[in-house]
Design a protein around this ligand. Structure first.
Ligand code: AHR
Length: 510
């Protein structure tokens, strides 16, 4: 087999900007078993006094999640948050139309916000702009953040929570461009409503940051036009625009699937260009940034029956519990590289979702909690990426992918902290070994240790035993002496395994 080659040029002085750790955020929706029997399962041997599973909490900590989006997703677009606060025995169950599931309302705003607080994670709350509007959104901000002296903030105090929660991040609805969304709107309708809701919410608490809904994917017919119109209405009031994208392998086309990070980069660049064009027209100095608040590998087209084909269910049904392979984990690692490289315009991102639902953490009711293969690149990148993102230059072999055109064989991103500690992330998308030359003229590079994930060729199987076997065979520490083929004063040569994701740490000093 012939090796492919790539050349990466880096220098500590060439930087893109500070990395916001919130790009390693996640998402917990009232969907399937994410909340019930995922995070929350009173009666489980590991449940704490609040009913939340401590084995799952341990894994969430290990994952390094700094922020969680809640309560949806599609769920939020028919959610009546007032029915899920106060005494639990008085709460009303309702039929969630998004996932056709009877929601018992046992976990609501207070339970979830207090869980997040105990975990030390920030909340990104979403308001319902599907079936509801300005008044209910304003009331929720007041309930969460008000100091007291108003009906809603006093109600929170009456429910036992004196101190305001201080929720900073607020999504103005969810995927309102999607015809599947309850209360779906066209761009003008949504843009006007989001502008008015956002204006009023900031009057309650001017310190909050607002996220307008962007497109549900780059494949939506309205993509581009949607962002243009929504931002024309909301530019002065919102801070971020959302992006959502899920990737999957189609018809065994591994090469395209492995290039998903390039598709994500293209999507980000297009949304940034559209946002900046609205800003330019408005002669505004303000820059709208991206909240990539749903991303992952999800076998949406190949494994999911579709929301409207779901039967009405209760008791936390198993919905979209995708099982992941080593290949999926390499793609997730590559998507993380794309996000890190856009840290200058993407301060917020959430891998969807946290537990059981297309998630890196799985549980069995009454049983174990375990890590899927995708857990490892997320935890590693979240643990290592620090400080500022380096502005790398990469030149090298490319290949033609059916879905995403010509793409690079090797992708990379790097961060450096104030002490010169470097984290370098690389994907080799090729089925061959890649010989990578790092040019670091004017700086010394010492790579000391690393981890890598290999793409497997095996179907993923549900269960903790299979996940552990995949981790053992395809994930682990690397032998740094065989990865660093040669370490010179100005160039360092690496050898990357075929179809692999690698994280290296070391020092880069002048
Ligand atoms: O993450 C699952 C679903 O995907 C979310 O509810 C929705 O926003 C998206 O379509």
């Amino acid at each position: 087999m012939t090796a492919t080659t790539a050349r990466i040029t880096l220098h500590p002085d060439f930087r893109k900007g500070t990395i916001d750790r919130r790009i390693f955020g996640s998402f917990a929706e009232h969907l399937g078993r994410c909340i019930y029997t995922g995070l929350y399962e009173p009666g489980h041997p590991e449940a704490d006094e609040h009913g939340f599973r401590q084995d799952v909490q341990e894994l969430v900590r290990e994952l390094g999640v700094p922020m969680v989006r809640y309560p949806g997703g599609n769920f939020v677009s028919n959610y009546v948050w007032e029915d899920a606060v106060g005494p639990v025995e008085q709460r009303k169950p309702f039929l969630d139309l998004a996932w056709r599931t009877i929601e018992p309302n046992l976990v609501g705003t207070d339970e979830f916000l207090q869980w997040a607080e105990r975990m030390g994670v920030e909340l990104m709350m979403a308001v319902n702009l599907g079936t509801r509007g300005v008044a209910e959104a304003v009331a929720l901000v007041d309930y969460c953040n008000g100091e007291g002296g108003t009906y809603w903030s006093d109600l929170r105090i009456k429910h036992g929570r004196e101190k305001p929660y201080g929720v900073t991040l607020w999504c103005l609805g969810n995927e309102m461009d999607g015809p599947w969304q309850i209360g779906h709107k066209d761009a003008h309708e949504y843009g006007r409503l989001a502008a008015e809701a956002g204006k009023a919410m900031k009057l309650v608490d001017p310190s909050i940051e607002l996220i307008a809904c962007g497109s549900s994917s780059m494949q939506m017919d309205t993509f581009g036009e949607w962002e243009q119109t929504v931002l024309t209405h909301t530019y002065d009031v919102v801070d971020h625009i959302s992006m959502h994208a899920y990737y999957e392998e189609h018809d065994g086309d591994r090469a395209s699937f492995l290039a998903s990070g390039t598709a994500m980069s293209t999507f980000i660049d297009r949304v940034v260009a559209t946002a900046d064009s609205v800003g330019a027209k408005k002669r505004s100095d303000k820059k709208i940034t991206i909240s990539f608040d749903e991303w992952n590998v999800w076998y949406l087209e190949t494994r999911f029956v579709g929301e409207k084909n779901l039967p009405i269910q209760k008791d936390a049904p198993r919905i979209i519990e995708d099982i992941y392979s080593g290949l999926d984990a390499v793609v997730v690692g590559d998507l993380l590289i794309a996000l890190v490289n856009h840290a200058d315009r993407v301060p917020l991102a959430c891998f969807a979702q946290l537990v059981n639902v297309i998630a890196p953490i799985m549980t069995e009711p009454g049983g174990q909690a375990w890590r899927q293969p995708t857990f490892f690149p997320i935890a590693t990148a979240a643990g290592l990426a620090r400080g500022e993102v380096l502005d790398l230059r990469i030149a090298g072999d490319t290949y033609v992918s059916q879905r995403h055109g010509v793409v690079p064989t090797v992708t990379a991103a790097a961060t450096i902290d104030a002490d010169g500690n470097l984290a370098l992330f690389l994907t080799n998308r090729s089925p061959e070994v890649s010989e990578v030359e790092i040019s670091h003229v004017g700086a010394a590079l010492a790579l000391t240790e690393g981890k890598r994930m290999l793409a497997d060729h095996e179907p993923a199987v549900h269960g903790p035993e299979h996940a552990a076997a995949v981790a053992q065979r395809f994930w682990g520490d690397i032998d740094i002496t065989s990865t660093v083929a040669e370490n010179g004063a100005t160039t360092t040569r690496l050898r990357l395994e075929p179809e692999s994701w690698t994280a290296l740490v070391g020092r880069l000093t002048v």
